[in-house]
Design a protein around this ligand. Sequence first.
Ligand code: GLN
Ligand code: ZN
Length: 758
Amino acid sequence: MKTTVIGYPRVGSLRELKFAVEKYFKNTLTKGDLKKTAAELRKKHWNDQKRSGIDYISSNDFSFYDNLLDTAILLNAVPKRYKQLGIDSLDEYFAMARGYQGEKGDVKALAMKKWFNTNYHYMEAEIEDEADISLVGTKPFDEFIEAKKYGIETKPVIIGAFTFLKLARFTGEKTAKDFTSNVINAYIDILKKFDTLGAQWVQFDEPGFVMDLSEEDISLINKVYSAILSNKGSVKVLLQTYFGDIRDCYREIIALPFDGIGLDFLEGKKSLELVKKNGFPDNKILFAGVINGKNIWRNNYANTVCLVGELRKYCNNIILSTSCSLLHVPYTLSNESKLADDYKRHFAFAEEKLMELFELKNILSINDPMLTDEYIKNEKLFNGTRNCGDSAVQTAVYALSQNDFVRMPAFGEREKIQKEEFNLPLLPTTTIGSFPQTAEVKANRSSYKSGKISFDQYTAFNKDKIAECIALQEKIGLDVLVHGEFERNDMVEYFGEKLDGYIFTEKAWVQSYGTRCVKPPVVWGDVSRSQPMTIDYSVYAQSLTTKYVKGMLTGPVTILNWSFTREDISLKDCAFQLALAIRHEVLDLEANGIKIIQIDEAALREKLLLRKSDWHEDYLDWAIPAFRLVHSGVKPETQIHTHMCYSEFSDIIKNIEDMDADAITFEAARSALGIVETLNVFGFKTEVGPGVYDIHSPRIPSVSEIKEALFEMLEKIPKGKLWVNPDCGLKTRENKETVPSLENVVAATKEVRKNLYV
Ligand code: GLN
Ligand code: ZN
């Protein structure tokens, strides 16, 4: 039995790549040094896998920003606006990733999308009618050769042709069909090139196969792969799927001449059943995804041995693999010096997962796996207790009744009451919550964490920042203010640290997009709130101004989705526990005079299953009630806002309305306001603030472009329901970008308002 991993984390165990790229952005690191850091990291990551005994190690899983972007560039899908800048290829790459504003021009970035159910944002390839799709890049080949120099024969990984076409945005008249033959030829060229380089295996990642597939999709898959595979030379092709099962195309896939097929047996609830029902061809290798690439709990060897035992009845040839790329888990437990061993022994990060693969390979290679030391030790771990229950929490969840999920009075009546209460101008301006987390803000937090300064000193600094932020917002002329979130490292980690039932890591970073990494807290046991979490800072901020300052919380579904969750209770139970905890905070804020409370659900959509038919039962039917539970107890005149970090909600628009918030702000700036149309068609009642500019980019939006966006929105949204705001929090931006951007937002709004009052 052999082992492999689908992909390995690339930012480095201490986020070395992130820091290098950010320095490069700030012009404090040269291109040469950036490339050197990248090469060192690749070398280390390959060697770590080799040392752990992984048999098939991936290459081209490295990326300076995102693999989909890499693939677009590899295939020459570079929109004209970037080519016209006439800048060096790496800078052009970063221009596509984050926009460019400088002497060569002013262009927006490509859109970012969370296509699948993780917190990872992919870039969206844009294909123009004139695009000449063909193999033009060399990155996968360069990295293959580079690894070979270190004596490591890798299995290059490339996003597959179907997923690439499926996720691309076609900006002109042409559609995927018009580019299919070019794409096929490009992939044939990729295989040819690897053939000449002597690669044994090439892995095509096709997560697109686990989504709902139409007949047309399936015939596209057939067409693309029949053509590619009939030209593959002597390279073996692994079709790798993940994030679910391939129930819509399993039979077609096993009939195609792939040499290996990778299936996810963890999230792919039907994967085993598909194999059992349809069999698995003798001449192919099954790459069995049995090690969880998304969660950090140790693998239960008894379950895995049993699963592989079942699979062996149908497949002669099995290679043990991860369920998806290990990109979605932190690098190594060995950096966690503060976490007690009693906790640690329950976890496996990327490096420890390599060890698990190695142990499982040994266990499964002998006739009586249950007699091996590794198996026995693992069994003991799972048979022991974790001491993580809290009966009061369980009772409270059990006692919930229908009424706890309904806010009174109904929205329409509340809207009237609140209009009178707040008396805001038309198109009230606001922000999403955070202000720039400058170096001094971060330094204050780390000085406190390392014990260099006292709690009082730490708090005093934050309060000064709050005062500064309130003064700045008043000066800019925003209508509804925020305190700035200077005390928050991250919108989820902050609450995780305050809630009982959570544990935290020090260095367990996971890439979210580009250079942004998050450190998801870990739900260890039953969750509850034993102390106020945000009251002090919110009350202080409100005391400084006569304008309203929003109380700022993260909602239960987002906390859940951005935490590493338990595997011993259901997500629904965990969400309700979190909802009760946040509900106490909401009521406490209200009791302390905070009139507008924003409960962010940035990640509400994230764990939505990839197939529509699975949505309700497993997700929406408890996720939306969890949100309602949080705010159903407030007074009619307390205004509840929520914020969502994406614009893909046309298909769950009814569920979003059912959250019964009073106002919703969301990302829209990068997605061409498509959502506004959806709101209009649906007759959305909740007040809305579609972002008027993109905060993921350093560029400053002009007054005229904001005005234009607002006028466009006003065609579809009643003026009494429209809020004006950036599309997300400002924490990743700098003050020099934030201040002029917000000034332009206010100036544009004032001009637009003039047209509305007459
Ligand atoms: N209130 C948060 C902030 O402004 C929301 C962040 C987010 O949506 N990701 O930072
Ligand atoms: Zn957001």
